[in-house]
Ligand binder design. Structure first.
Ligand SMILES: Nc1ncnc2c1ncn2[C@@H]1O[C@H](COP(=O)(O)OP(=O)(O)OP(=O)(O)O)[C@@H](O)[C@H]1O
Length: 555
């Protein structure tokens, strides 16, 4: 699978292709109505100047009204249809990109990078059609219609308009795109850098202020902003030149048609009433092509966005899905780990080597290890976030023979920095099982000790309006609601004071009931003396990148 190409390719246009074609048709019809309006108005003004009985003008008057109203109605319908199609395409692309990102996270992507990607790259999908391809198709059809009309009235004027449209509608956009090619790539890169830097700075603002690093950071943002402005300026400059060329071509077509029509009318080869038609039709035809230079630049920008997405999404997923997937039982599932070796993508050495563990169903094991000894790496391997060598079996089935999604139905993670969304406590918990009833959510809250927090309370961005302990309890309530038979608690007490940490851990272990639990912890405590570790069956210690040793059995 290759990046955005793979994201867009198979069936991505399904259901939207017909809508986009209808949008293109309506766009062309709108422009043709504009040409009809100009042409019929020209004829009407010329004929009215001869002051004939008003009945002679009726057909032209009705035509002007019909073209005028038709243009407005068709433009409205075109906007509805094309935006609907482009937004459908956009939401489908977003879903596909997110699916790819799920495969790649967490080993391959940083969150800011992801943010920049999704915002700048994926949004280009709608613009590619709305501002790029559809105006081009409409302009091509309407331009040919205008040339055909001119050619029918006076062949030489048709050829002049054709030449003008080729210069204004093809040569000028080509030049605009060519001049802006480098700038478009730089603009896409700078836009991505700006959004990444801004997101990172806002997230780390307290630390940056505390350590006086904010000015340096702001200077970097300013430099990125200047680079973005320079690139945008270069694109705007070439767009301005191309627009000037299109305007010149339009003037040439108008005056050229006039120069040909007047002698033709004098020589009797052309009805004098058609002179105004021949002069005004090029004006309407050029209305369709004036946006084409911007459309060409838009397509260029979309291509640059695609290339960036390709680079990130084209990365190999950290784990491979099995060719012939197997399944494991939900109940009574034991975990057996033998000679486990794990290396993070692009890392020079293994984060975990020769690790072994037996975790029978219902057993609660605490795993202690110094910082960097590989505890979270073990959790990541158990959740199929990272590839492993050696063996991990779940109910006798090798983990790599199970689909990753199935593994994550059986093994749940309650991480030290569980993310909470800026919505209510209830909604944060319900995301573990969207179909859960209010009673089930309330029960999960009760069992995780969230009795003092009102369910409708908003938790704020990154849980800013709840305490660290409450955030961990929300994460546990999620895990309980999802009802994983095996639960990994990865330092859920990491950011809590000792008294709160004890309370939270105790509640977590009690709420886990008869589930199998692997508690990853920093507590080096002696099981008998530590009230929390007294609640687990066994305490193991993980030597740096080595095998665990049993410290003691608590029960
Ligand atoms: N996503 C990752 N990509 C690359 N390397 C990683 C990643 N996560 C961890 N590592 C590396 O793997 C090694 C083990 O890290 P790990 O986070 O598993 O240790 P830990 O025991 O959980 O540490 P701590 O107690 O400080 O959380 C470290 O050298 C770390 O740099």
């Amino acid at each position: 699978m290759k990046g955005i190409g793979a994201v867009r390719a198979p069936g991505a246009m399904k259901g939207t292709g017909a809508r986009l074609a209808l949008g293109a048709l309506l766009g062309a019809a709108t422009l043709i109505c504009g040409i009809g309006l100009m042409a019929s108005s020209g004829w009407l003004i010329s004929r009215a100047a001869q002051q004939p009985p008003v009945l002679y003008l009726m057909v032209a008057i009705v035509s002007v009204r019909a073209f005028g109203m038709g243009r407005a109605v068709l433009r409205y319908a075109e906007r509805l249809v094309s935006h609907d199609a482009a937004l459908r395409l956009l939401s489908r692309t977003r879903v596909r990109v997110f699916e790819k990102l799920i495969d790649l996270a967490p080993g391959r992507l940083g969150t800011s990078e992801t943010l920049g990607l999704v915002v700048s790259g994926v949004d280009g999908t709608a613009d590619r059609w709305l501002r790029g391809r559809l105006p081009m198709i409409g302009a091509a059809v309407a331009g040919l219609a205008a040339v055909a009309l001119q050619f029918w009235l006076l062949p030489s004027a048709g050829l002049v308009l054709l030449a003008g449209l080729l210069v204004g509608g093809i040569a000028a956009p080509w030049l605009a795109a060519r001049a802006a090619r480098k700038a478009a790539v730089r603009e896409a890169r700078s836009r991505d850098e700006m959004s990444t830097l801004t997101a990172q700075t806002l997230r780390g603002l307290p630390e940056l202020l505390a350590y006086g690093a904010a000015p340096g950071r702001l200077a970097r943002i300013r430099r990125a902003d200047e680079e973005l402005n320079r690139a945008a300026g270069r694109s705007a400059w070439s767009l301005g030149l191309a627009t000037a060329l299109t305007t010149l071509a339009c003037c040439a077509a108008v005056f050229g048609s006039l120069a040909l029509a007047v002698p033709a009318a004098r020589a009797g080869r052309l009805d004098v009433l058609l002179v105004a038609v021949l002069v005004l039709t090029p004006l309407a035809a050029f209305e369709a092509v004036t946006t084409l230079s911007a459309a060409a630049q838009q397509l260029l920008r979309s291509r640059a966005d695609d290339e960036m997405l390709d680079r990130v999404l084209g990365a190999e997923p950290p784990v491979q899905e099995p060719r012939t997937p197997r399944d494991a039982d939900r109940e009574g599932t034991a975990i057996t780990i033998r000679d486990l070796r794990v290396r993070w993508p692009d890392a020079a050495e293994d984060a975990l080597t020769g690790f072994g563990l037996d975790l029978p169903p219902g057993r609660k094991v605490a795993l202690f290890g110094a910082s960097g000894s590989g505890k979270s790496t073990l959790a990541a391997a158990l959740l199929r976030f990272v590839e492993y060598r050696g063996s991990i079996t779940l109910g006798g089935v090798e983990l790599r023979d199970l689909p990753a999604a199935r593994v994550r139905e059986l093994v749940g993670l309650c991480a030290q920095d569980a993310h909470v969304f800026d919505t209510t406590v209830t909604e944060n918990i319900r995301l573990a099982r969207p179909g859960a009833s209010d009673d089930e959510v309330a029960e999960a809250m009760r069992r995780s000790g969230l009795t003092d927090l009102p369910p409708t309370r908003r938790v704020g961005e990154h849980g800013a309006s709840v305490s660290g302990g409450e955030r961990q309890r929300i994460a546990l309530a999620r895990a309980l609601l999802a009802d994983f038979p095996i639960l990994i608690l990865d330092e859920p007490d990491a950011h809590l004071d000792p008294a709160t940490a004890d309370r939270v851990l105790r509640d977590l272990l009690e709420a886990a009931g008869d589930r199998t639990v692997l508690l990853i912890t920093h507590r080096p405590g002696i099981p008998g003396a530590d009230p929390v570790l007294g609640l687990v069956d066994e305490v193991l210690t993980l030597a740096p990148r080595g095998a665990p040793e049993t410290v003691g059995a608590a029960a």
